[in-house]
Design a protein around this ligand. Sequence first.
Ligand code: FAD
Ligand code: PHB
Length: 393
Amino acid sequence: MRELRTQVGIVGAGPAGLTLARLLERAGIESVVLENRDRDYVEHRIRAGVLEQRTVELLTEAGVAGRLHDEGIVHHGIELQFDGERHRIPLSELADGRTIVIYGQTEVVKDLIAARIESELPLLFEVGDVSVHEIDTEQPKIRFSHDGERLELECDVIAGCDGFHGVCRPSIPEGVLDSFSRDYPFGWLGILADVPPSNDELVYAHNEDGFALLSLRSPTLSRLYIQCEPDEDVDRWSDEQIWAALQKRLGVEGWTLHEGPILEKGVTGMRSFVVEPMQHGRLFLAGDAAHIVPPTGAKGLNLAMADVRVLAEALVHWYEAGEARLLELYSDTCLRRVWRAEHFSWWMTSMLHRIPGGDAFDLKLQLSQLRYVATSRDAAASLAENYVGLELE
Ligand code: FAD
Ligand code: PHB
């Protein structure tokens, strides 16, 4: 086995791992990023699309936001729809002028990969059999295969940025982590359609047939979702059926949902999940490796970015000042934000989806809550503050 060494070994080249690598690079700290998929797959995996202002600021500070500023679409509000009517939540007006930016996660990942390659720093795709070892010691190790060779990477610290199904979290000895979770009895069927978005702002729609969301990726690409079964077989839905469901759920008087060719479709399960603490020994978990939210609050990607910002600052402090205090606080610092986002995402999800097996009482409660948010400035301001992202550190 060939032996290598770095300061920070990063498992996973999603938004968390790539952003962490970039922040460390800017601070002169070495890292190696290991990704088990190929570059094309990672760059084209369609997921989130809403960036909080803080996420945009972080990417800007990291020097990878050129295209984001050119092509990202700034939004100042969202719309909630229920009982056949739309209600605008003026996010910026209610949340100190803060905005959100629509820019696909695929584009964030492409920009980060391009920057890493331009800097000629190690980012290995298609690594196999990744495992982490000796995390309780001062020289934790990552073993993996690459180009037919077996390698061992000795690190000062390992960052587990390998998503929910990664290997880092399960490598923490049994009994160390507490986990908290909730599964939802529904999923989202999402499409990317080659048609200009039919609305200027996102529409979150409550409907008796189930939730629907109108979003976008660019002035010419729409992103839309409908509530479906958690294990829905996407092939059971023809394009016509998907558009018919969207027309029914998003339709309001005097507005037209424009249809176009469906370029991509897929089903996402819905889950809330947190592990505590987000660290053991020299292994730090960040992003989906440590927590999952249902997508209704658009928080998953933003939480991942917030984690690595905290982790990068703590590592810089550790290397520069020789002080471990911020690293020791890493998990507690992140978990405060994580739990706020968990609550917000659960709340949005519970308010907007048709509850399978739910009764008229459930429906009345949802509609009352939606009406409250749509008509009370204070209730709307709470939604806005959470949606644009809270300052918690
Ligand atoms: P990931 O993006 O999951 O990155 C982890 C990386 O680690 C991946 O590249 C993976 O290939 C790699 N990896 C895994 N195992 C290994 C291993 N053993 N060795 C090496 N590398 C490994 N959020 C929203 O806000 N809105 C949405 O619409 C939305 N849709 C989503 C749809 C899906 C199907 C999923 C799974 C998530 C979605 N999310 C959404 C959540 C959001 O995309 C995530 O929160 C975000 O990707 C988290 O980034 P991350 O870097 O922590 O994890
Ligand atoms: C998206 O555009 O993919 C998107 C937007 C808002 C959400 C979830 C997903 O809440």
